[in-house]
Design a protein around this ligand. Structure first.
Ligand SMILES: Nc1nc2c(c(=O)[nH]1)N[C@H]1C(S)=C(S)[C@@H](COP(=O)(O)O)O[C@H]1N2
Ligand SMILES: [Mo]
Length: 197
């Protein structure tokens, strides 16, 4: 009986440590990174970063005032400080941990561009946040304008007190997603508003 307990404990400890090794590795910049074989965990090369880095964010589609925003124009808007934001991949691994970020609510950006609503029942829109490498995340009008998610979806331009460099200039994040990786869009280049037909 004692032996069985011992073996079980040994397995449990080995398993737990095995998992932890896979989860994160702290570096000096205050961020965490993961080493794992998954596609989403492949480190970004300098050439990819140069190819995909986007300096402008275009707001387009079903909007009255299409916009082209830069970090400087975001800084003219209402800025929010976000504390301790973790990027968790769909696989469960913690990819990045920010001590702080600064950004503007996506909702505020869309209010500035003004979605073309014909009347108050015209609210079936989907909003696509697209990156230069064509990675994308989708939001619905109701999620942003009639749900707490709207207060947690930001375009950020600063991480841990520094401008975003390799994955910048702007990143879209949704801090109340269960897994924050999927709707964490770096190399963000456009926000497209589409009406459901
Ligand atoms: N532009 C772009 N954004 C992306 C991805 C991508 O391939 N391209 N991968 C996503 C995935 S799968 C995850 S888990 C997180 C990882 O973020 P990180 O590489 O900054 O840690 O970013 C997401 N955002
Ligand atoms: Mo991921």
């Amino acid at each position: 009986m004692k032996n069985i307990a011992k073996i079980t404990t040994t397995f449990f400890v080995a398993f737990t440590f095995g998992m932890c090794n896979n989860v994160k590795k702290q570096d000096s910049s205050g961020t965490s990174s993961v080493k794992n074989k998954e596609a989403c965990m492949i480190p970004i090369s300098i050439s990819d970063s140069a190819k995909y880095l986007s300096k402008q964010l275009e707001i387009k589609g079903e909007v009255e005032f299409p916009l082209i925003l830069t970090v400087d124009s975001l800084k003219q808007m209402k800025i929010t400080a976000i504390d301790s934001f973790k990027v968790v991949c769909q696989s469960g691994g913690t990819m990045k941990q920010n001590i702080s970020c600064k950004g503007v609510l996506l909702k505020d950006i869309l209010e500035k561009a003004k979605i073309k609503q014909i009347n108050h029942k015209d609210r079936n829109f989907y909003i696509v946040a697209r990156a230069a490498d064509d990675y994308k995340a989708t939001f619905s009008w109701a999620e942003l304008f009639n749900n707490p998610t709207g207060e947690h979806t930001y375009v950020i331009f600063e991480e841990n007190g520094l401008p975003i460099k390799q994955k910048g200039d702007m990143i879209l994040i949704c801090t109340n997603d269960i897994k924050t990786g999927p709707r964490h869009v770096f190399w963000l280049k456009s926000i497209e508003v589409n009406r459901v037909n």
